[in-house]
Design a protein around this ligand. Structure first.
Ligand SMILES: Cc1cc2nc3c(=O)[nH]c(=O)nc-3n(C[C@H](O)[C@H](O)[C@H](O)COP(=O)(O)OP(=O)(O)OC[C@H]3O[C@@H](n4cnc5c(N)ncnc54)[C@H](O)[C@@H]3O)c2cc1C
Length: 455
């Protein structure tokens, strides 16, 4: 805690500077010391970890780039979206869904639940600030988190904290692949994050690229609005019914895994799917060689839970196409040589983590995919007070597990150090001049020399 004593001296020194800077224009840079952890992202994962920390008496600060909680659900999802999994698998720690909500709540209900959750735990994120960089300061032993405000909150801010929790999610940025001739196509090309409903596509020929849960559901929606959807199925895919034997397929899978080896559980799921859905390969949806649960545990690839699209494929209302070779002004050429005309293209091509773009660290997070390197269930903890919540590829259940682990871990340190940290609550972060840093380095050197000579 040496650096805290040093900071205290510097804080007194910089107090006038801070006051002055606060009085200056909105564009002025602010510096804020945060006594507890900083959580980046106010999605379900960020809220869950803030609530778990609060339950343990640890204050935290959430920084969110958007203007509200859970913007992915509020602004980037289609109207007909419901939770894909039954509600009791999606609840956050310490608060169940209302009993009058259906098994699969609508997105509006889910957002209402999250708002009630934030209210219950008095979670008040800082909105409209995007974290541009976060870096561990080796010299002083804390994280420096630099943000830039959006139009509503102009200027930059530097926060400092001892613990940093990455809650920016697996779906931070829409992934848009490049296709040959993409610029030649005259119709609209949009990502599913911009798709709301099939209404504007009435009577139009629409190509949906990607056959995950979103792609399949968008096809169903388009068909319900009397569009003519086709879906690109490039790879093999497991489609399972959403319910089996009167229970959710997800719940049944969890139960099977408790009692049977993964391969037996997979065989059972595949048999039930065959009985309920028939041979999906005949529809152009070839199953992978590895079973759905094993594939999920090996690669994180989620099976598609059918909500009605398969029936549309069987009836010919949704057409299955192979991978895209190139686009032309009004048509798409597929790898099997088929060419079809389309009015619009919707990319259900998923999302990417954005952690590598702002987190200046490469031990815990992979620069390639922006996920923690350590596999589940150990990916939540890094070094120097760095944590990750919501990167397990296990949905909200995974977020809750991470959130609880993180809170227990931080609380154990917090209790020991709380007294000293509370002295810094809401205090401005001192600014260190190059001279300060040189002095500090010199002090450290002298200390080292002394230790060596006494030895
Ligand atoms: C269509 C869809 C349906 C899903 N359905 C289910 C389901 O039924 N059940 C289930 O368990 N899971 C489901 N999931 C998966 C997952 O549970 C959700 O994606 C969930 O929103 C993840 O929460 P999160 O907080 O980790 O990430 P997000 O909800 O993406 O939240 C991350 C937050 O970080 C913010 N952020 C990102 N970068 C920055 C930055 N640099 N600075 C500041 N803020 C930043 C974002 O604005 C965002 O608010 C679904 C996902 C999708 C896309």
């Amino acid at each position: 805690m040496d650096y805290l004593r040093e900071l205290e001296g510097k804080r007194v020194h910089d107090h006038l500077l801070y006051k002055k800077s606060m009085m200056m224009s909105k564009l002025c840079e602010r510096r804020v010391w945060v006594p507890g952890p900083i959580i980046v992202g106010a999605g379900p994962s960020g809220l869950a970890v803030a609530a778990c920390l609060k339950q343990k008496g640890v204050p935290s600060l959430i920084i969110e780039r958007s203007s509200c909680i859970a913007p992915l659900w509020q602004f980037k999802t289609y109207d007909r979206l419901r939770l894909h999994l039954p509600k009791h698998f999606c609840e956050l720690p310490f608060m169940s869904f209302p009993s009058n909500f259906p098994t699969y709540p609508t997105k509006q209900q889910f957002v209402a639940y999250l708002e009630a959750y934030a209210k219950k735990f008095d979670i008040r994120p800082v909105f409209n600030e995007t974290v541009e960089t976060a870096e561990f300061d080796d010299l002083y032993g804390f994280w420096r988190v630099r943000t830039r405000g959006s139009k509503a909150v102009e200027g930059t801010c530097e926060y400092a904290c001892q613990w940093l929790i990455v809650a920016t999610g697996e779906n931070a940025e829409a992934y848009v692949p490049e296709f040959e001739g993409m610029r030649d196509f005259v119709g609209p090309i949009m990502h599913t994050s911009c798709y709301r409903s099939g209404e504007p596509f009435h009577g139009k020929r629409v190509l949906v690229v990607g056959c995950g849960n979103s792609g399949m559901e968008v096809c169903l929606d388009l068909s319900n609005y009397n569009a003519q959807p086709s879906i690109v199925v490039r790879d093999s895919v497991h489609v399972l019914p959403q319910e089996m034997l009167g229970s959710s397929t997800f719940g049944l899978s969890m139960w099977l895994l408790k009692w049977f080896p993964i391969r037996i559980a997979d065989q059972f799921l595949l048999l039930m799917s065959r009985i309920k859905l028939g041979n999906t390969a005949q529809l152009g949806l070839i199953r992978p060689k590895v079973g759905p649960l094993e594939l999920k545990s090996l690669t994180g690839k989620t099976p598609v839970l059918d909500v009605g699209t398969l029936a549309k494929i069987k009836s010919g209302n949704v057409k299955v196409c192979r991978g895209i070779k190139r686009l032309t002004s009004h048509a798409v050429e597929f790898v099997d040589g088929q060419v079809d005309n389309f009015d619009a293209i919707i990319l259900a091509t998923g999302y990417r983590s954005n952690a590598p773009s702002w987190l200046k660290e490469s031990n815990m997070f992979s620069k390639e995919d922006g996920f923690p390197r350590r596999p589940f269930p150990n990916g939540w903890k890094g070094e120097s007070g760095l944590y990750a919540v919501g990167f397990t590829k296990r949905g909200l259940l995974g977020s809750s597990m991470d959130a609880k682990n993180i809170a227990v871990d931080i609380a154990s340190h917090w209790k020991a150090e709380a007294k000293q940290f509370m002295a810094f609550t809401c205090s401005p972060l001192p600014h260190y001049s190059k001279q300060d840093e040189r002095d500090h380095a010199q002090m450290k050197e002298e200390k080292k020399r002394k230790i060596c000579t006494t030895k």
